[in-house]
Ligand binder design. Sequence first.
Ligand SMILES: *Cc1c(COP(=O)(O)O)cnc(C)c1O
Length: 374
Amino acid sequence: MDFIPVNEPLLNGNEKKYLCECIDTGWISSEGPFVKLFEERMSSSVHRKYGIAVSNGTAALEVAMQAIGIQEGDEVIMPAFTIISCAMAVTKLGGKPVLVDSDPHTWNMSVEEIEKKITHKTKAILAVHLYGLPVEMDKVLALAEQYNLKLVEDAAEMHGQTYKGKPCGSFGHISTFSFYPNKHVTTGEGGMVVTDDEELANRCRILRNLCFRQDVRYVHDEISDNYRFTNLQAAVGLAQLERLEEFVEKKRQIGKFYTENLFDVKGIQLPVPKTEYADNIYWVYGIVLNKEINCTNREITKLLASQGIGTRTFFWCMHEQPVYKKQGLFDGERYENGEYLARKGFYIPSGLALTTEQMKAVAATVRKVMREII
Ligand SMILES: *Cc1c(COP(=O)(O)O)cnc(C)c1O
């Protein structure tokens, strides 16, 4: 069998048709009509009033942090174990990420640790839903309310997921999405900020476009960036969004298949299929090596690659990032569960184009490789 890539998106709906419309009409820039339409469809799908499409999920976090007013000295509480986009959005503005460890079972931030990290400098909490299960939002919402903090929700991996029946992307002051090709809805590169707050929405629109002054063009009172999203991206996004339910169903089938075919393999921890508040959506199918396995995720991903299986290791914690260490940002801090996941976690092919034959081959190879290293 050919090499099985870690992710292959599915683009066989109306993507081509809508893209041709862009070409035929000449609308390819961020001024094109699909952008607004995609913003409306996407935001209403998560019960939000406003959607502001931006160039990627990292840009969405940057816009969100700037929009809520994070500046020099402000602290933002977030998980240690996440993608660097989360920390970068804060450090770029001169703010400080304040980290909490992960829950070893759900792999999400330990919400019990948030409260003791709150200081007079804390301005916001960034809740990041990881790998398919949402963060325990009730506790986060209560803390944000009690301490009068802004709440930003990174829902990049959560298209179509709910928390206690409410869509992810509908919590807190502002939520962000990514449309990178390994997310459930892709536009190649892309992202979106969604909110119910009109003032925040207007602010995001200005931040997306170089902070042009509203009265005179080419005059600027502040700096942001060019985070614009094109009509071409929106064309793909609209076609993808039409199939979201089907995509979520497929992801859950992939998750179910792998769980049924790997549950008895010794030495590995599989994703939690469900919690009290959500069924796993399996953004990707993660696997964590048990303590007794004398092997790192880097080693096992190399072994699997040599047998034709594409994988990725899990994220690397913020307090262990060389760039932040150099700045002395998290000196002496330890987050044991996050450190463990970063060294022992990886994910196997989970893209929407995955076939049953491929899934069978992946499961069989994981089983074989585990038997060899145990
Ligand atoms: C993918 C992802 C991002 C970044 O999105 P990009 O579009 O790749 O910039 C941010 N946060 C999380 C949790 C993600 O999974």
